[in-house]
Write a protein that binds this ligand. Structure first.
Ligand code: GDP
Length: 442
């Protein structure tokens, strides 16, 4: 599978920082160095890597670090977001606004143009109920016409072809007229490719562009192409102003880095990926899913986002300030437990964390029950007791236990739990709430 070694290397470097209790500029630099090497070794373009690293560093250092999450997880989110940004942020569908919609397929020979033309014809017939016409305009490779004809038969999609003895320009002119007469709403033009870019080819493609006025010019690139992809993409884009790219052979064993650079180089979206030789092996391109796959992240990202959504920042800061002033009390602990609860069932949260061992005994009903018990004990206390449980003597404990219908042992257990979380808070209190780094005392 493409990106496998890149994926492994990135995950290794992120694992290291995930294990760190605090994020410092030093351990961050080390991680970024490793990410940089991993990207370069995967054939990602040098300039792209440089910008990627600079952006990641800037964003990671500027991030607020949320109380209960380790800073490493925030860095993972930053790297993930940066990767999504590199890959194009959102899904980009085909533009069908013009009638007929002409889709011109371009790319080097062997990149998968003809196969992808067939795949797109099948996809849009099924998904958008379109009536496509395939046009065989590659007159230099005789087999290309036959290949398209065979695909058309398999798909039950008509193929317009005039052999290889007439010019590609004449073929598309006739195909446009034929398409309109026969009410085809989408015309897919399979153009010629070369092993390398050359001027006569670019001229021919420009002529076809002029004749057909296409809504889409899709550059088909093979994920197996390494650094050369940059030149290919740049050249096609300069000559034709492409509207999108298709990455083929993602099922193959490639390093994939060239493919990662395509969007950055051309500034056009990757619209589809090809994942096999069969005609349904095509998917819309989802940048976030690709980033997830590369980082092997389980649902860490959704977990981080969930925390950001439900964590009340003001409350967190209030608690944090009380921690720093040494006035963290039982009400604060209860508040934290409520915030955690807002994330949903604990068993669900555990499942989102990759590498988390399966814990057979998390019972969400039990967790809820315990939270209710804790609440009832705390609510039986006076404000003064909640602020400073050290004043709880045997008599007070007995009164509290009676008040909430529990026994003194339960009250003692709660106090022990509070002492533990206070200790943990004290350790966290030495961290700056906005950077998660130890506060430097002059
Ligand atoms: P063209 O010269 O650009 O028209 O390329 P073709 O469509 O003839 O494809 C070249 C070869 O790549 C063929 O053997 C295709 O079956 C194969 N191919 C195309 N797309 C994919 C893909 O996504 N995955 C795999 N594994 N093979 C593909």
């Amino acid at each position: 599978m493409a990106f496998e070694s890149l994926s492994e290397r990135l995950q290794d470097s992120l694992k290291k920082i995930k294990g760190q209790a605090t994020l410092t500029e030093a351990n961050m630099d080390e991680m970024l160095r490793e990410i940089r090497l991993a990207l370069l070794e995967a054939d990602v373009n040098f300039q792209v890597v440089k910008e990627f690293i600079a952006n990641t560093k800037e964003k990671a250092l500027g991030q607020d670090v949320l109380g209960s999450l380790k800073p490493g997880q925030v860095v993972v989110k930053v790297v993930h977001d940066e990767l999504v940004e590199l890959l194009g942020t959102s899904v980009s569908e085909l533009d069908f606004s013009r009638k007929p919609t002409v889709i011109m397929m371009v790319g080097l020979q062997g990149s998968g143009k003809t196969t992808t033309s067939g795949k797109i014809a099948k996809l849009i017939t099924k998904k958008y109920a379109k009536k496509p016409l395939l046009v065989a305009a590659d007159i230099y490779r005789p087999a290309a016409v036959d290949q398209l004809k065979t695909l058309g038969q398999q798909l039950n999609v008509p193929v317009f072809e005039k052999g290889t003895d007439i010019s590609a320009e004449d073929i598309v002119k006739q195909a446009m007229a034929y398409g309109q007469e026969n009410q085809h709403d989408v015309i897919i033009v399979d153009t010629a490719g070369r092993l390398h870019i050359d001027e006569p080819l670019m001229q021919e493609l420009q002529n076809i562009k002029e004749i057909t006025n296409p809504s889409e010019i899709l550059l088909v690139v093979d994920a197996l192409t390494g650094q050369d992809i940059v030149n290919v993409a740049q050249s096609f884009n300069e000559h034709l102003s492409i509207t999108g790219a298709v990455l083929t052979k993602l099922d193959g064993d490639s390093r994939g880095g060239g493919a990662l650079s395509v969007r950055h180089i051309t500034h056009v979206p990757i619209k589809f990926v090809g994942t096999g030789e069969k005609l349904d092996a095509i998917d819309l391109f989802y940048p976030d899913r690709m980033a997830d796959r590369i980082l092997g992240m389980g649902d860490v990202v959704s977990l981080v986002e969930k925390v950001q959504d439900v964590y009340d920042e003001k409350e967190t800061m209030k608690t944090f300030n009380r921690m720093q002033q040494g006035t963290f009390g039982l009400d604060d602990m209860l508040e934290q437990m409520h915030q955690m609860r807002k994330l949903g069932p604990l068993s669900g949260i555990m499942k989102m964390i990759p590498g988390m061992p399966k814990l057979p005994n998390i019972n969400d009903d039990d967790t809820d029950k315990k939270l209710k018990q804790t609440e009832s004990i705390i609510y039986s206390m006076t404000q003064a007791e909640r602020r400073d449980p050290s004043i709880l003597n045997a008599k007070r404990k007995e009164r509290i236990a009676k008040g909430c219908g529990r026994n003194v042992a339960d009250v003692n257990r709660l106090i022990k739990q509070f002492e533990q979380s206070k200790l943990m808070m004290k350790q966290m209190g030495n961290l700056d709430p906005t950077t998660g780094m130890p506060t430097q005392k002059p």
